[in-house]
Design a protein around this ligand. Structure first.
Ligand SMILES: *[C@@H]1O[C@H](CO)[C@@H](O)[C@H](O)[C@H]1NC(C)=O
Ligand SMILES: *[C@@H]1O[C@H](CO)[C@@H](O)[C@H](O)[C@H]1NC(C)=O
Ligand SMILES: *[C@@H]1O[C@H](CO)[C@@H](O)[C@H](O)[C@H]1NC(C)=O
Ligand SMILES: *[C@@H]1O[C@H](CO)[C@@H](O)[C@H](O)[C@H]1NC(C)=O
Ligand SMILES: *[C@@H]1O[C@H](CO)[C@@H](O)[C@H](O)[C@H]1NC(C)=O
Length: 458
């Protein structure tokens, strides 16, 4: 009896140990010989306006920050819509959304051997991890030293004729043995250089490190992006069509991020997890990838208990792929197609009637004279309802923002004509959520959570 139990226990232990080891992603090596806690490829996300960001300006007024975020969102979404709505224009389709005016998140990622930190902008709408490298013919200013591939023992240029070069649609000059890339952005700027494989290093919570060989990244020698002088490049998190090798695909087609309070410049728990350690919890809804964007199936909106009269087909994509709803890491605000926006605006107007006055100077936005802290307590939660029952619940900090000390506005705006009916869910609407992307399963997970409870693993 005792022996049987011991045997059963040992068997259980064995299965458990095998399970721990088999949950490690392929081609990732850990410096830890006895992993006690499971590690994750986790990165702290630094919001553009936080005190941890190199762009932090303590003198910026809230209206300056808000105006810049509105301008940035408008420009970004108009570019995204242009790509979505031009099915036959190869030139527009092959170009990327400029990320340089996306006032979103940065992450510090260590590249090479020995590891050198690179400050990269996170962009769910582009498909390459690239940064500036020596020698640099045309560069933008960056705060960290330029990466020198000659000083890294794990750096290796991808060769012409290799599958990685072909699948990346790299270009090969007859006199060059290595594979080149060029990414052109819709604002006419571009970045170009070598495609390479290189190692990235992630720190674990228990002061160990995880080394991840990145199969394809861009080491850029010529960049004309109008970057403001801090970041070294972009960490593209889009999936990539067909067999295009992307970081997301290499790491198991999964990632997740947790976004806390954007308005609190001290907040430090925003984080990104790449690969198998991604947190895929909470309710899920359908996730579709197309043209490098992540599309969701938004079905309706409620305000408090009231479901708004919105035709469920409003947010569906049309036969030619027009319209639809994108979730984005670079746009601050949310833009809804007219037929979805108007019922929401009407409901908010009727709730505000007799309580707050419209701020007349801003007819394009739904703005009121008032202070969020003083005047919005008890305002009902606005909920975005997705197919399958998943939801994003927007409390007042997600539904409104303080434009000036005495004007507050709704963070959800109507699409502009240039957005061609494409709706976008921006970063403010994703506050207080962990968002998990499982691309192979075609699912996205929303879990309402305080990101600080996840901190122990970063
Ligand atoms: C792991 O890396 C080796 C060498 O780079 C490669 O041949 C192999 O296909 C990779 N395996 C996976 C599962 O990616
Ligand atoms: C903020 O204002 C102070 C005082 O006017 C000035 O010394 C400082 O340089 C300003 N900082 C920035 C980042 O503009
Ligand atoms: C925002 O865009 C408007 C109109 O294009 C422009 O006048 C304004 O200077 C921009 N503001 C910022 C902060 O970029
Ligand atoms: C990124 O890492 C470098 C080196 O550790 C550090 O100097 C820099 O301040 C970090 N940047 C941010 C925004 O955390
Ligand atoms: C909204 O943001 C303010 C400013 O950071 C914060 O004090 C408040 O607690 C937040 N409210 C909620 C409901 O998260």
């Amino acid at each position: 009896m005792a022996t049987a139990m011991t045997a059963a226990y040992l068997f259980f232990l064995l299965v458990y140990i095998i399970d721990i080891f088999s949950s490690y992603p392929a081609n990732v090596s850990s410096s830890m010989t006895t992993p006690i806690k499971p590690w994750k490829m986790a990165l702290k996300l630094i919001h553009h306006d936080s005190i941890h960001s190199p762009y932090y300006n303590p003198n910026a007024t809230i209206s300056e920050l808000a105006e810049r975020a509105i301008n940035g969102s408008l420009a970004r979404i108009q570019y995204m819509s242009k790509i979505i709505s031009t099915p036959n224009d190869e030139d527009a389709r092959s170009r990327l959304v400029p990320a340089s005016k996306a006032y979103g998140f940065f992450a510090n990622i260590s590249i090479g051997t020995p590891p050198v930190p690179q400050l990269l902008m996170i962009d769910t709408a582009s498909n390459l991890l690239w940064f500036q490298c020596l020698p640099c013919t045309t560069c933008f200013k960056q705060s960290l030293p330029l990466f020198d591939p000659a000083k890294s023992s794990t750096y290796s240029n991808i060769r012409c004729g290799s599958p990685a070069c072909k699948n990346s649609r790299g270009s090969c000059d007859p006199k060059n043995e290595y594979c080149n890339f060029k990414k052109s952005y819709l604002d006419g700027t571009s970045t170009a250089g070598n495609l390479a494989s290189e190692q990235a290093t992630f720190e674990t919570s228990d002061e160990g490190t995880v080394k991840v060989p990145i199969e394809v990244l861009g080491c850029s020698h010529v960049s004309t992006l109008p970057v403001d002088g801090q970041e070294s490049g972009i960490l593209g998190l889009s999936y990539g069509a067909g067999n295009l090798p992307t970081l997301v695909k290499q790491l198991g087609s999964k990632f997740s991020y947790c976004i806390g309070n954007i308005y609190d410049p001290q907040y430090q728990y925003n984080q990104l997890i790449l690969g198998d350690g991604a947190i895929l919890e909470g309710d899920s809804t359908t996730l579709l990838t197309d043209k490098g964007f992540y599309f969701l199936d938004l079905e309706g909106i409620s305000v408090g208990e009231k479901k708004l009269p919105i035709d469920p087909s409003t947010f569906k994509r049309g036969a030619l792929g027009e319209g639809g709803v994108i979730i984005d890491s670079g746009a601050t605000f949310t833009f809804l197609k007219e037929e979805g926006y108007v019922p929401l605006r009407n409901e908010v107007e009727s709730l505000m009637a007799g309580i707050l006055n419209r701020a007349a100077s801003l007819p394009k936005y739904l703005c009121y004279t008032g202070s969020m802290e003083r005047d919005l307590t008890g305002f009902p939660v606005v909920t975005l309802l997705f197919s399958g029952g998943a939801q994003l619940s927007l409390d007042t900090n997600s539904t409104f923002f303080q434009l000036t000390t005495n004007v507050l506005c709704m963070t959800i705006l109507s699409v502009t004509p240039a957005m061609k009916g494409v709706s976008t869910i921006g970063v403010l609407a994703q506050q207080s959520y962990n968002v998990g992307y499982d691309i192979k399963q075609g699912k996205i997970f929303f879990q309402r959570i305080d990101c600080s409870v996840l901190e122990s693993i970063v």
